[in-house]
Design a binder for this molecule. Structure first.
Ligand SMILES: [Cu+2]
Length: 258
């Protein structure tokens, strides 16, 4: 079993790894001490009959105080890291993505030519995330049904999408490559296949792709195909389409729509 984290390809997220290993070491120490204690007492008093004792105040104070101090310290330590990642903490120049999760796919909404989400020239791709390297990406998360979780282990990002809420997180990829976005919340029978491809592209090839796609979307918007609200925002989706879970929205899972 591998206890180590996958490679960290996110800019400025080493604090997550440090915290993980600090917790791993602390729990390992506690595990070894407790198990050794159990074995020692089993061996030491193996021939003695059981009898009632009140306990030992000194021992109880020690084994309560040490974990309490460790827990409070961990809480304070990780609280600072948490506030750098969660909520509206993304840098101002971050590239903004709208992500709508639903059983069992990810709809990714890009801001279009005006760089603003929620306008008519937005465009939406299914299970297809493309982002530039070395630029902060801020994610605005929604879900249309149950709780899902936006999980990019290489970027040290995990954020729940909660019904009725907009949740936010952000990350910055420090290396180009192809990755996978997974759903980290058991969300139904098709949970295992709820993944999207994530392409971290060099800045120039990203902007070539993006501008082409945004132009197409703007042309569509101009032809007033979408008159008021862009497609696939939570406001426009009132229910699941009839062919949900069949070939169009996910391949093999035609037996799972309900
Ligand atoms: Cu899910």
């Amino acid at each position: 079993m591998d206890w180590t984290l996958p490679p960290n390809l996110a800019a400025g997220r080493m604090a997550i790894d440090e915290t993980y290993y600090i917790i791993l070491v602390l729990t390992a120490i506690a595990f070894v001490l407790v198990e050794a204690g159990i074995l020692w007492f089993m061996f030491r008093y193996r021939n003695r009959e059981a009898d009632y004792v009140h306990g030992n105040n000194t021992a109880e104070i020690i084994w309560t105080a040490i974990p309490a101090i460790a827990m409070v310290w961990l809480g304070i330590h990780s609280g600072g890291i948490w506030s750098e990642i969660k909520g509206d903490s993304a840098p101002d120049d971050a590239f903004e993505l709208g992500v709508t999760a639903r059983q069992f796919e990810w709809m990714i909404t890009y801001p279009g030519a005006d760089s603003e989400l929620g306008t008519a020239d937005d465009f939406t791709l299914r299970n297809d995330v493309r982002i530039p390297v070395d630029r902060a990406v801020s994610v605005k998360l929604h879900t249309e049904d149950v709780i899902h979780s936006f999980f990019l282990p290489f970027m040290r990002v995990k954020q729940d999408a909660v019904p009725g809420m907009t949740t936010r997180t952000w990350f910055e990829a420090a290396e180009t490559g192809d990755f996978q976005l997974a759903c980290a919340e058991l969300c139904g029978l098709g949970h295992y296949r709820m993944s999207a491809s994530v392409a971290v592209l060099p800045a120039d090839s990203f902007s070539t792709w993006y501008q082409t796609r945004a132009k197409e979307a703007a042309a569509e918007a101009d032809s007033s195909f979408w008159t008021e609200t862009p497609p696939n925002t939570p406001e426009t989706v009132s229910g699941l389409p009839d062919d949900y879970g069949t070939a169009e929205s996910g391949g093999e899972g035609s037996g799972e729509h309900q």
